[in-house]
Design a protein. Structure first.
Length: 128
């Protein structure tokens, strides 16, 4: 099950953070078709956000065809997004690289900027 973490200082709308984190879990295989998302109440208790915010995020995911709400049962994953499992050797290499970047004195924003620049170079014109 996915555990949402809300960054109130990111400037990103809370419901968008939930959508993004759900999509990331789908891409990494942490959520698979048939899995149940946490209930709005569970998310509210864990994050102290408004229940309507959770419902808005779930409606957006439903609109995109990624989840489906089943009355009285909850919200379930309809389809996955990615082909990279969470235990991929590439993830291990990236983890090692991030350790080296941090040891070299780079901060989170520096690493994000560097990584984004490399992604942009290698994936120009491709959809996300």
């Amino acid at each position: 099950m996915v555990e949402y973490r809300i960054d109130r200082h990111s400037g990103v709308a809370t419901y968008v953070q939930i959508v993004q984190q759900t999509k990331q879990a789908l891409r990494l295989g942490m959520l698979e078709p048939g899995d149940k998302l946490p209930t709005a109440r569970e998310v509210v208790e864990a994050t102290a956000i408004n229940p309507n915010t959770v419902l808005k995020a779930y409606r957006e995911l439903e609109r995109e065809g990624l989840v489906e709400a089943r009355r009285g049962l909850g919200t379930f994953v309809r389809r996955g997004l990615g082909t990279t499992p969470a235990d991929s050797p590439l993830r291990t290499e990236l983890d090692d690289w991030a350790d080296r970047a941090r040891a070299a004195g780079l901060g989170r924003d520096d690493v994000a900027a560097l990584f984004t620049a490399v992604l942009d170079k290698h994936f120009q014109g491709e959809p996300s």
